[in-house]
Ligand binder design. Structure first.
Ligand code: ADP
Ligand code: ASP
Ligand code: MG
Length: 412
């Protein structure tokens, strides 16, 4: 039997009624002759609530217990989905990550899937089970402890199952009807894309578009999974939503495919560090060891042998970055006058494969922001994206202005 993977996000399983609605969609695919693997998230808000319990109990928590707790939301929805399908006379059962087992690394709270053996589930399909409902977001480490895959990780569970079971398609059901040119919550001019290239989706996801977890896009690209994003609240069809696919499958596309943003950024500036060979290694080595994900970097001009070094990192890593720099200073590895953290910033990025072959795209972005009176604090570019760090209060304005300037509401 051909296999289909269907993933339902938190809003799609937020209540017993919504689970019933999702289960009906599963029933439609079973009737077409598919063996279906359903991946479920926790009910929306549930994972946040569990994270809150952890923080209230133990601010410097044991990450293994964090995973044991925050993974539990998915256990509930997996069981409820299986029961709902059984009520519809569809043979179904639930599977927690460890039962499959979804084998992961031991990097608790951000584990990576290493292997998904297919024999257990395939044996049940062989016995007449039509739907395997799998709790997303969770796995088991080589030590036998429960792990989680990072926030939004059920997307990655879904794609990993699609790859392991060589599914015809991996359908990600969510609260929007596809991938848009930007988050439709920020501008009603956002346009749904029929197709988007893996590379573009990868950049958009990693730059803040949380419609898909970055790792899920990486896996889909590597294993050539046909990945589709569609609404769990609308009528189903084989062509609905957005297909994330190889660049070659897309005939026409805009130079800029989309605008992404992230509120969770901080800008850190080391004031007056000695400008000498090895200074960057002395700063960014300890930051990397401390697990700080440095994104953008600028070294300012040097005066009398001293310079300022600016970098950006996720806002929740500011304290860790500060500690690493203070320790490096105490060891006399680096010498700086002050470390200034600016936590009122946001990153706005434009992404598009067309940027490879079109000059002047970044310049147009900068001119657009100038016309809106938005000051740019840091810039980074790569082959298919340009990102700027700006004051957070201008984030929505910048996204809307860039969406207009690149005429993203119009298809190519
Ligand atoms: P789920 O709970 O189903 O996993 P998420 O909340 O994780 O859903 O992701 C869906 C949300 O992603 C949408 O509601 C939307 O606000 C947001 N989003 C951000 N950028 C985009 C984009 N470019 N296209 C579509 N949705 C986007
Ligand atoms: N429930 C998890 C989260 O909220 C995983 C997911 O929904 O993808 O991050
Ligand atoms: Mg999500």
């Amino acid at each position: 039997m051909p296999v289909l993977v269907m993933k339902f996000g938190g809003t799609s399983v937020a209540t017993v009624d919504k689970i019933k609605r999702a289960a009906k969609k599963v029933g439609v695919e079973v009737a077409k002759g598919y063996d279906v693997i359903v991946i479920v998230s926790a009910m929306s808000g549930e994972t946040n609530k569990l994270v809150g319990f952890v923080n209230d109990t133990s601010p410097l928590y044991d990450a293994r217990e964090y995973d044991a707790i925050v993974s539990s939301g998915e256990n509930v929805t997996a069981g409820l989905m299986a029961l709902t399908l059984q009520e519809m006379d569809v043979p179904a059962r639930s599977w927690q990550g460890w039962q499959v087992p979804v084998m992961t690394t031991s990097a608790h709270s951000s584990a990576r899937i290493e292997e998904i053996p297919t024999d257990n589930i395939n044996a049940k399909f062989g016995e007449g089970m039509k739907v395997a409902v799998v709790a997303g977001f969770q796995g088991v480490s080589p030590e036998g402890r429960i792990t989680t895959l990072g926030r939004g990780g059920s997307d990655t569970t879904a794609v990993a199952f699609a790859a392991a079971f060589e599914a015809d398609r991996c359908d990600i059901y969510t609260d929007v009807d596809g991938v848009y040119t930007t988050d439709p919550r920020v501008t009603d001019k956002a346009r749904k894309l029929d197709k988007i290239a893996f590379e573009e989706m990868l950049e958009l996801a990693s730059l803040g578009a949380k419609v898909l977890q970055t790792r899920s896009v990486e896996l889909a690209m590597r294993y050539k999974v046909r990945l589709r994003v569609l609404s769990s609240f609308e009528e189903q069809s084989d062509t609905a939503g957005t297909l994330v696919c190889a660049e070659e499958e897309i005939m026409e596309s805009n130079v800029v495919a989309g605008v992404a943003f992230s509120r969770d950024e901080a800008k850190m500036t080391l004031i007056s560090v000695a400008d000498r060979p090895g200074i960057a290694a002395a700063i960014f080595g300890p930051l990397a060891e401390a697990g700080v994900n440095v994104d953008m970097i600028v070294q300012n001009i040097s005066e009398e042998g001293r310079t300022d070094m600016t970098f950006s990192c996720p806002i929740d890593q500011v304290a860790r970055a500060q500690k690493a720099m203070d320790e490096a200073k105490a060891r006399d590895d680096i010498n700086f006058h002050d470390l200034v953290a600016d936590t009122d910033v946001a990153k706005v990025s434009i992404v598009g494969i067309g940027m490879r072959s079109h000059a002047g795209v970044a310049a147009k972005m900068f001119a657009t922001l100038r016309d809106e009176g938005v000051n740019i604090k840091v810039i980074t570019t790569s082959e298919i994206k340009t990102s700027v760090l700006i004051d957070r209060k201008y984030m929505e304005l910048a996204v809307q202005a860039l969406h207009d300037a690149f005429e993203l509401e119009k298809a190519a």
